[in-house]
Design a protein around this ligand. Structure first.
Ligand code: HEC
Length: 185
């Protein structure tokens, strides 16, 4: 192969590379600008105690009020109604003592249980890092806005339509134990 032929081949290879690079850049320029979900949650949105950002509230359409409102409703919550509402949770949760977890962890005896502790269930890192026990207040905040209370949780659930429904379902969870946990007064 003489040097002229080599130059032609090298030139062809180079222009092919340029073309590939050019097309890739063009694609990146277009694709790179499609809106993506932010990879982090702004600190202001992280604690459930603070107000929800309007955007998150619109996206998940949770019940009005906050987790505190749910806690306040617990004293007169209706576990029977909660049992009926719990059928929505059963898409992902079993709640019979000793039964193997399904999509979500088994919820038998969940009130006052340490978070992310059901044996044999693979929790998200976010839930494992949250720490502490499932007090009534923490359950209220979590059910009211799972992704607000535990950013990064794998519980894909947007919340119940009303705070009293949330209180009722928590009152039902409290009955799921050998010794049911008394509701806060
Ligand atoms: C679409 C499936 C799905 C639905 C519906 C769902 N959950 Fe969950 N839930 C999960 C998953 C998955 C987890 C584990 C979350 C993690 O590891 O981040 C979880 C975790 C939980 C936990 C924490 C338990 C623990 O052991 O730490 C509670 C409490 C809970 N869910 C209650 C409920 C209640 C009450 C409902 C109904 C109102 C409900 N969930 C509806 C999937 C679901």
């Amino acid at each position: 192969m003489d040097s002229f032929e080599f130059t032609k081949i090298a030139g062809a290879v180079l222009s092919a590379l340029l073309l590939i690079f050019g097309v890739k850049t063009a694609i990146d320029m277009n694709v790179g600008h499609t809106p993506e979900k932010p990879g982090f949650v702004l600190p202001a949105a992280a604690p459930a105690e603070t107000a929800k950002p309007a955007e998150a509230a619109a996206a998940t359409a949770p019940a009005a009020g906050g987790g505190e409102e749910v806690v306040a409703l617990l004293a007169k919550a209706n576990p029977e109604n909660g049992k009926a509402i719990f059928t929505k949770c059963q898409a992902c949760h079993v709640s019979e003592k000793g039964k193997a977890p399904t999509v979500g962890p088994n919820l038998w005896d969940v009130v006052n249980r340490p978070k992310a502790s059901y044996p044999g269930f693979s929790y998200s890192d976010a839930m494992k890092k949250k720490g502490g026990d499932w007090s009534f207040a923490e359950l209220a905040h979590f059910l009211h806005g799972p992704k607000t209370f535990v950013p990064g949780t794998k519980m894909v659930f947007s919340g119940l339509p009303s705070s009293s429904d949330e209180a009722d379902v928590i009152a039902y969870l409290a009955t799921l134990a050998d010794t049911p946990v008394p509701l806060p007064k």
